[in-house]
Ligand binder design. Structure first.
Ligand code: ZN
Length: 218
């Protein structure tokens, strides 16, 4: 993979990052997470750059990341990818209301490709490694991608710039979250860019050294 362009937009109820990835040498595109507004915004954006959406990668089954997955898939024909153990939560929005206080109803999405830890995907020429990273919630997956400029990992709400994901939601566990961060993310090279589900990007090295919740000094 020579190079890919990554655009990031905060969409939906609580400013959830929606990443649009445009791989070089392809007329396809990949989206990471589909907050409310993504079903309108993403197709408009891709029309302007004459790209087709091939994949919607969901990092975890929380309503603010998946709200528009179904209409976005319907509008574009893209396939939905998510952790195998996230499928129930994604396909049953009523569970989002009952267990996660979702602020309303949204159409259930169908997961086309359930992924497992260590699985390798090849989408539009981009090699993607799926890493299971529970802790913020069950069914959390990080997507590691590389191009000629380096590696990036899309971590959802596992790890943020200077913070970590909440563990007080249904199925959350700080112990698991710390294990996922240390075992899967801090195991990567310091130079790997970390693209979180909320807020600005960071790097593995910066968080390893100075993250106040999970760092090497502790
Ligand atoms: Zn979340």
């Amino acid at each position: 993979m020579s190079l890919m362009k990554i655009h990031s937009y905060e969409l939906g109820h609580i400013g959830t990052n929606c990443y649009i990835i445009l791989p070089d040498g392809s007329d396809g595109a990949i989206v990471v997470d589909a907050p409310l507004e993504a079903a309108g915004f993403v197709p408009e954006f891709l029309k302007k750059c004459a790209r087709r959406l091939d994949a919607i990668l969901l990092t975890h089954p929380h309503w603010d990341h998946i709200w528009d997955a179904a209409p976005l898939a319907a509008a574009t024909g893209a396939k939905i990818y998510a952790a195998a153990d996230a499928v129930d939560f994604i396909e049953n929005p009523q569970m989002q209301k009952a267990r996660l206080s979702a602020p309303g109803d949204f159409p259930p999405a169908k997961v086309d490709v359930p992924v497992r830890d260590g699985e390798l995907l090849d989408i539009d020429g981009v090699k993607i490694t799926c890493l299971s990273v529970p802790g913020h919630c069950p069914g959390s997956v990080a997507y590691l991608m590389s191009d000629s400029e380096g590696e990036r990992v899309f971590v959802g709400d596992l790890l943020f710039n200077g913070s970590v994901g909440r563990t007080d939601f249904y199925g959350g566990s700080f112990e698991e979250l710390e294990r996922s961060i240390r075992g899967k993310i801090y195991a990567l090279d310091d130079s790997v860019e970390v693209m979180p589900g909320h807020g600005p990007s960071t790097t593995v090295g910066a968080e390893r050294r100075s993250n106040p919740y999970v760092c090497d000094a502790r």
